[in-house]
Design a protein around this ligand. Sequence first.
Ligand code: FES
Length: 127
Amino acid sequence: MSTQSPPTWITICDTCKREGWDDASGATDGERLAALVEEAARGRPVRTRRVSCLMGCQQGCNVAVQAAGKLNYTLGRFEVSEEAAQGIVDWAVLHGESASGQVPYRTWPQAVKGHFVTRHPPLPDAE
Ligand code: FES
């Protein structure tokens, strides 16, 4: 990632609960996925944060991948797994390396395929 580039952030919903969530588990599915994403992101050129609810509750677990001036995305329907967390981080790193935020499909980690929910074009520059 160029030092000129705005950082790519992974925002993880920490209140997502997938169907069948066991409230005796002591943590939401979102909290468990967030911990795995944070671990996978350690030492990588991406930043992470947690928020409570991205308004996609019916298709959790949800994350957003964003950077200023780039295409921004929400991804959902993730199970809590190291594979999912690694795929999210790997894709976010590619997003960070892309000038536009568009990542060539051929480079996508398998774990993110089928998980894209929305894409938001960057806002126009303020006039
Ligand atoms: S609880 Fe995760 S999107 Fe609403």
